[in-house]
Design a protein around this ligand. Structure first.
Ligand SMILES: [Ca+2]
Length: 258
């Protein structure tokens, strides 16, 4: 795998080889950016240096969520979300076996709205377990046997339709393992693309540090109960348990696809 360092825009350009198309997409105003979001719950959730979102500190039994202020429109016609995440411990001698649990990018139209948070206990659910009517793309950095995790370093797309979501892999539509340890406390660039216009009814794909890792057949408008068949809250969740680490989001920008 090629690890792409550098500004997010350069990473994105490498993903979207059709530069004309990419420019066309970016001409629209973003439908969501991290700065327009709202912290809703959790202990120690806050902004570091005014613009980096800290979902959990390096402390045990924490969970953090952050949602858009309002429901985001233009989801059902496709979107591109670009975000930078950093997980791990601020140490030069990392011990991944005691660095947990992971975070998720979540789209939800829960009955609790922007008050939705993890109702499952423990860090294993990455802050989204129990949120109804949601889809989560988790960046899971700890092996939990009881969740049937494939390993301690995987990206997985989880949903239970309109019912409460779960980090158990019975609810995974697909997973992949990056070649780098995700919680190495370095900034990693993610591009999540949702395109409902492909054959078969829709596709979500995850590019991690410039490498296409995961592609899953899914149609969110059919799977979830979206407001006006189109709108939902978007944001991030994270959790720690007995073991812990920092979970940070450096940036997030979403554009509509069409
Ligand atoms: Ca786990």
């Amino acid at each position: 795998m090629v690890v792409v360092e550098g500004p997010a825009s350069e990473v994105a350009t490498k993903v979207f080889k059709n530069k004309y198309l990419f420019k066309l997409i970016l001409k629209h105003m973003p439908i969501f950016s991290l700065k327009g979001s709202k912290l809703t719950t959790g202990w120690g959730v806050g902004w570091r240096d005014a613009f980096i979102l800290m979902l959990t500190a390096d402390s045990g039994s924490r969970q953090g969520t952050c949602w858009s202020f309002t429901r985001i429109k233009h989801l059902s016609t496709g979107f591109i979300a670009r975000f930078g995440i950093r997980m791990g411990k601020n140490t030069s001698t990392p011990n991944y076996s005691v660095s947990a649990d992971g975070m998720a990018f979540v789209i939800q139209n829960s009955k609790y709205g922007p008050g939705a948070y993890q109702t499952e206990s423990g860090g294993a659910h990455c802050g989204y377990g129990g949120i109804d009517n949601s889809i989560a793309i988790e960046f899971n950095t700890y092996y939990n046997q009881d969740c049937n995790d494939p390993n301690g370093n995987h990206i997985s797309l989880h949903t239970n339709g309109t019912q409460p979501n779960s980090a158990h892999h019975d609810y995974s539509l697909g997973h992949a393992t990056p070649s780098v340890q995700m919680n190495d406390y370095r900034l990693h660039h993610v591009i999540l693309t949702y395109n409902p216009h492909v054959e078969g009814g829709g596709e979500m794909s995850v590019n991690f540090d410039g490498a296409d890792l995961l592609k899953v057949k899914v149609n969110i408008a059919e799977l979830l109960r979206l407001e006006n068949n189109d709108e939902a809250y978007v944001g991030f969740t994270a959790a720690t348990g007995y073991y812990h680490q920092e979970h940070l989001v450096h940036y997030c920008i979403m554009h509509r696809l069409t």
